[in-house]
Design a binder for this molecule. Structure first.
Ligand SMILES: [Zn+2]
Length: 490
């Protein structure tokens, strides 16, 4: 048996060598690409290309963008479809296989947990290496580091004990600074911060944390100290704190979910970010396209005063496990038990203003799937922007929307992690992270009532040149996602 195989191989080698050279060249040209995406409307926010092109993919990279036909081992007919860079989600707390499946159906090829982050960067990446459907990445998180150093009960995403309410001692502050520094040396993409959840952190502690990020050229992704309307603890005052920290330390600042921080004052917060940019600060922001937020009911956000501050009451809060709206009684009961709620607090006008604004990136703030009525944003943010806000409501054009979900997030991170120079673009040499959607059909299906639904109208998604969604179905058995990580340091 073995000798027969060897003999057959030898015959094959001899016959290949005997081929006329023109034939061999022809054979090589026929297999120039692994995949050819044919006749799609290629849209690249970086170069501005918006034209019918063929895209050749080879060895995980974009190898050709051509107006002439390409041949390949396999082809995708993209006639009538948009061929766009894969979407980069800067803010997704759900980092489990099920979340990646929902995100792939929503066109996301890189999913990043940059707000909460982790206290153990090495372990976080190791847990996903070789096992992920899409690319993944994480920040070193001030919240989990503070929970560890100040001795909060471990396990939850958010603190409820000393890490929430107590100021750090000088010695604890030094330990936190060292832990943040260690996270960066392990390749954390950014620094995460949720000051709203750690009101015990002094203004100086925040400055100290920004100083660590500045040393690594890393952006600080901040959930502001206050998200509300009542002076003096408004979203605007909270934005002032971190603008000052960025200015004083040189660390780039990224303000997360600006709509749930600003509520009806969202336009003023965006104006502050834009003004800071115009005066030379490296400041950016993001939003999700919904009129509700979501967080843990036991967190400091629901400390006394929340109703006046967010201009809402019990009935505006929805218990994620069941979908029921709360009363004073169930609020008290569930706050003691702990769990995730959906908070209907963001005016439609605020969501629309942020989605339409060209300087505001799109990011989902998706949640781990903890109940039947989890917030739909993690499943459907990107298709909702493209279908509802671009096509149906016409609040922004398609290229601007794509820029906000591809090029801008890549540019936010590329100074810290050069892997992002190859993402967010359709150009030769870029990673073949590609989302192919039907602009006439793309739409979110996940709703507050029925949130665990795949988005529609995104028939093909490629991650590092591997098809993960084909004809709108997940492909079985592929795990092409790679670590999106900054260089390690000693
Ligand atoms: Zn947040």
């Amino acid at each position: 048996m073995h000798s027969n195989v060897a003999k057959a191989a030898l015959v094959l080698l001899v016959s290949m060598a005997a081929f006329p050279s023109t034939l061999r060249v022809r054979a090589a040209a026929d297999e120039a690409y692994d995949i050819a995406i044919l006749n799609g409307r290629v849209m690249d926010p970086d170069s501005g290309l918006d034209a019918i092109r063929n895209v050749g993919v080879r060895a995980g990279k974009i190898a050709a963008i051509s107006a002439t036909p390409l041949s390949a081992k396999s082809t995708i007919d993209a006639k009538g479809l948009v061929v766009a860079p894969g979407f980069i989600d800067l803010h997704e707390h759900g980092q489990e296989p099920r979340n990646y499946e929902f995100q792939a159906h929503d066109g996301v090829t890189t999913s990043l947990e940059l707000e909460a982050g982790t206290d153990d960067v090495d372990r976080w990446y190791a847990a996903r290496e070789g096992k992920a459907l899409i690319n993944f990445g994480v920040s070193i998180g001030h919240i989990p580091v503070r929970m560890k150093v100040l001795g909060d009960p471990q396990g939850g995403l958010l603190p409820t004990g000393p890490a929430s309410y107590r100021a750090a001692t000088t010695e604890e502050l030094a330990r936190m600074t060292a832990a943040m520094d260690n996270g960066f040396r392990q390749g954390a993409l950014a620094e995460g911060m949720g000051i709203n959840y750690t009101p015990g952190a002094t203004h100086w502690e925040i400055v100290e944390m920004f100083k660590v990020a500045a040393r690594y050229g890393a952006s600080v992704h901040v959930h502001l100290r206050y998200g509300g309307l009542k002076e003096p603890n408004t979203g605007l005052a909270a934005l002032e704190e971190v603008l000052a920290a960025a200015a004083a330390t040189g660390a780039p600042l990224h303000v997360v979910h600006i709509t749930s921080m600003g509520l009806k004052y969202t336009p003023q917060l965006i104006a502050m970010v834009k003004g800071a940019q115009e005066h030379g600060l490296d400041v950016t922001t993001e939003c999700y396209p919904y009129t509700a937020g979501s967080t843990a009911l036991q967190s400091a956000i629901f400390d006394p005063g929340w109703q006046e501050n967010m201009d809402i009451t019990y009935k505006d809060i929805q218990w994620a496990a069941t979908g029921e709206r709360l009363t004073a009684e169930t609020f008290a009961k569930f706050r003691k038990e702990g769990g995730i709620v959906v908070i209907h607090s963001i005016p439609e006008e605020a969501a629309r203003t942020a989605v339409a604004n060209p300087i505001v990136m799109i990011a989902s703030d998706g949640m781990p799937i903890t109940g039947a009525k989890v917030h739909p944003r993690g499943q459907a943010t990107f298709s909702r922007v493209l279908g509802h806000y671009v096509r149906d409501e016409k609040v922004l054009d398609l290229m601007t929307a794509l820029r906000k979900m591809t090029l801008m997030p890549a540019q936010r991170l590329e100074k810290r992690a050069s892997v992002f120079k190859g993402k967010g673009r359709i150009r030769v040499g870029a990673d073949a992270d590609i989302t192919i959607f039907d602009p006439a059909r793309v739409i979110d299906k996940a709703t507050f009532d029925d949130p665990l639904q795949y988005s529609d109208g995104i028939p093909f998604v490629l991650v590092n040149g591997v098809v993960v969604v084909k004809d709108s179905q997940l492909v079985d058995g592929v795990r092409p996602g790679r670590a999106a990580r900054a260089p390690l340091a000693n």
